[in-house]
Design a protein around this ligand. Sequence first.
Ligand code: PLP
Length: 450
Amino acid sequence: MKNIDRSRIKELMVREERQFVKEHPKSKALFKRAKACLLAGVPMNWMVRWAGPYPIFAKEGQGTFITDVDGNRYLDLCLGDTGSMFGHSPKAVVDAVKKQITKGITMMLPSEESIWVGEELGRRFGLPYWQIAMTATDANRFSIRLAREVTRRRKILVVSGCYHGTVDESLIALENGRVVPRSGNIGPPVDPEVTTKAVEFNDLPALEKALAPGDVACVLAEPAMTNRGIILPDPGYHDALRALTRRYGSLLIIDETHTICCGIGGYTREYGLKPDIITMGKPLASGVPVAAYGISQYVSDRVMARILDEGTDESGLGGTLTGNALAVAAMRATLEKVITQKAFDKMMPLAERFEKGVDDIIRAYQVPWNVTRLGVRIEYHFMPRPPRNGAEADAAKDSELEKLMHLMALNRGILLTPFHNMALISPFTTRADVDRHTEVFEESVMRLVK
Ligand SMILES: Cc1ncc(COP(=O)(O)O)c(C=O)c1O
């Protein structure tokens, strides 16, 4: 195994930042102006987390490319961190939105299309009843409420290193066996030990120990972790997770927001999972804010009376704009014409090609890294073997190296997801795009090895 030359990282960073500044004068000017009116100079705080001394300002996204205000064109492998994973502004969705927007945006009435959406989600994911939400965060929050209502228990259980959106209960870290607020968690409402139990992913004995007292309303989990890089479940993990949640009377909520990358019915359909509740959001309407959660007959039977109650407008579920006609129309068009089997048939071989390209470079240059793929999502980790849980992934995190690799990619026309080394293949991605990434990846590795 070869080592990365740490002194080269700093040297290259200076050179790459200089190039970035030279090529992004308009973004620089806009950022200066934005800092006077937007907190941190961006409409949403994560947008400052891209590689480079300041964010690039987008002008346009089409298919799998983004153009910035300086006229630079990027192959987008981040794809809105899954929000636009099936491509920017797909025509079918643009057409559906244009049509609906002239016929009422939000009317607080169901539209017929919502039935099509509910039926289709049921066919794909196997749960009978669906509700619309605005974001995946909301879908998770509402599902946790349902689980608490059904079980009359207060606590939830998540895996350490998970991300389920800005759900208070899940913004936790596991430190020496204690649940504490995650370092970035701003203004946690209560000590998270009051609301949350946490275990490492793939740790079944710890899971059983946490569920055994019978005080956990639900386990909220991604079927494979995607927010600490990709972390796959051990063989048999899901059978055991389902058996243990049943044994101790906790509901199982599977968050498919990112794992929709496995196929049209997510990981659940690919691997035959049987959760009580499924949540998802992000790409469901190609980036138009909409999300969904599906529930089993068992859950439905136990919450229906409360859903029909007089006070349901103050139930804590949904919001005024939730399920609006525009969002539902965009979702129907996305499910019908964009997130299709045909699209996956095209994307999957390209994802395999991407994985192989990266793997070949890792082997050729003997760097102690690995690459993992989950459907059409690919991730490289700076460690020799794939991590088994969040703690292992965190231990291998190398922010300095990651930032440089991202900046080198950006300066060569490729956008990778901030926070980790994740790439998504969209139906618009081509072989040439995949090979361009492999080329850029090779150039970065070649410059970094001792
Ligand atoms: C697995 C998972 N669930 C839920 C969410 C929350 O999505 P949103 O921020 O759109 O609410 C995220 C966001 O990254 C996620 O990764």
